[in-house]
Design a protein around this ligand. Structure first.
Ligand code: ATP
Ligand code: MG
Length: 387
């Protein structure tokens, strides 16, 4: 596929985030797996059940969170394996090549992380090094399902800009759970509750502000985009966001603090936290059709998601000089030829290391052997595919 050299964003001072080495141990269908590559896109084709998505999932654990399937850590243990699993990778980052190890030891309920061979305090540290965004077939319902998946998607987009976002979201959730636990237990220790509410206010308003700012920037890029992917209006929605749009952050903090204190009885009774950063949502509209995303067709919704992911990569390159890893599971199969080629062209133009999967290798005919590294995946092993 020809991409004019002048169009390549990578000519600027940007780093292409890329996995150049990947080792898996007892990770789902893989007992032991090795991949060594460069920063080009990786195309994985092979039959159903071959292990394509498992590889993308393994890469997704290089970022904080529960991976692209949102799986329970113990479900990842290879069946009939020794128990526990491990992912080790070398990632090309802005800090140079960084070795990352993550996994679950048998008997351990937590995921441990090692960065350059040093244990990290929490997975949130991964956000300092790796930016990765994914699209999976399960996300086809992102706009119609509940807000929590949209929030997680949005938060992952924020990680790339603000690595402390992951730990702020965690700190907010932790304080919220603790407050609710106290309230449900009927403990009205006012000083303790106030301390937890203060933590919710401090982290919650920062989290909402980061979501708001990212959406504004993304929207700007997406609104100005041309090409076959729809232009999208992207906004962070919620009471906190409204407050932040209307006035200073301090006022939003004061209001949330008062609301939390006032809602103690209500929250104790209902067993849920009525207001806060956990209620935010991602609101997307298809500009060309003047239609909220949830009312668009399945294909249009997919195209909107791709437009957001591509806009995000551009934004990250522009602001932070990093082109994120893109994990695009079965995305090509759902696009018509024009959009499929436009997606490939955009990935090559940006220079991103995209991991693309599909059952059918002909979907990727447009890409030349120089454009990407091609592999056939079968029975949990991966062999180079000669084109
Ligand atoms: N914990 C596990 N231990 C062993 N095998 C597992 C585990 N979890 C999932 N698998 C198996 O891994 C295999 C490969 O799954 P994967 O989702 O990667 O396939 P795929 O190549 O993406 O297929 P498709 O084209 O259908 O999406 C499946 O047969 C699945 O049952
Ligand atoms: Mg799959």
């Amino acid at each position: 596929m020809k991409v004019p050299e002048t169009q390549r964003d990578t000519a600027l001072d940007t780093t292409v985030m890329a996995v150049t080495r990947l080792r898996l141990t007892d990770f789902r269908s893989y007992d032991s797996f090795r991949f060594d590559g460069d920063s080009r896109p990786v195309v994985l084709t092979g039959p159903n059940g071959a292990g394509k998505t498992n590889l993308l999932e393994a890469v997704s654990y290089l970022a904080p969170g529960r991976g692209l399937r949102g799986a329970r850590l113990s479900d990842i243990d290879r069946r009939y394996g020794k128990g526990g699993w491990a992912v080790a990778a070398t990632v090309q980052t802005q800090e140079g090549s960084v070795d990352i190890g993550t996994g679950r030891d048998a008997g351990n309920t937590r995921r441990t992380v090692r960065i350059s061979n040093n244990p990290a305090q929490s997975q949130a540290a991964l956000a300092e090094f790796v930016s990765v965004v994914w699209l999976t077939p399960q996300m086809d319902r992102l706009f119609t399902d509940g807000a929590s998946a949209r929030r997680r998607f949005l938060d992952r987009l924020v990680y790339g800009f603000d690595p402390s976002h992951a730990s702020r979201v965690n700190a907010y959730d932790h304080a919220m759970r603790e407050r609710l636990r106290l309230l449900k237990a009927g403990r009205r220790d006012s000083a303790w509750l106030s301390a937890l509410e203060n933590a919710m206010v401090e982290h919650g308003v920062a989290v909402a502000a980061a979501r708001l700012s990212l959406c504004e920037h993304l929207s700007e890029i997406s609104v100005a985009a041309d090409g076959p992917f729809p232009r999208a209006r992207i906004a962070a929605a919620g009471v906190l966001e409204d407050d932040l749009r209307k006035g200073p952050a301090l006022a939003a903090e004061d209001r949330l603090r008062a609301v939390l204190a006032g809602n103690r009885g209500l929250d104790a009774e209902s067993g849920r936290t009525t207001e806060g950063a956990h209620r935010s949502d991602l609101a997307v509209a298809h500009i060309g059709k003047d239609m909220p995303a949830e009312l668009c067709s399945t294909g249009e919704q997919k195209a909107l998601l791709i437009a957001i992911v591509l806009a995000h990569a551009r934004l990250l390159a522009r602001h932070n000089g990093v082109i994120p890893l893109l994990l695009l599971d079965e995305v090509a199969a759902h696009l018509d030829v024009e959009r499929r080629h436009a997606l490939f062209a955009d990935i090559l133009e940006q220079g991103a290391q995209a991991w693309l999967t599909g059952a059918d290798a002909t979907l990727f005919d447009e890409l030349s052997p120089n454009d990407a590294a091609f592999y056939r995946v079968q029975d949990a092993s991966m062999t180079p595919l000669l084109k």
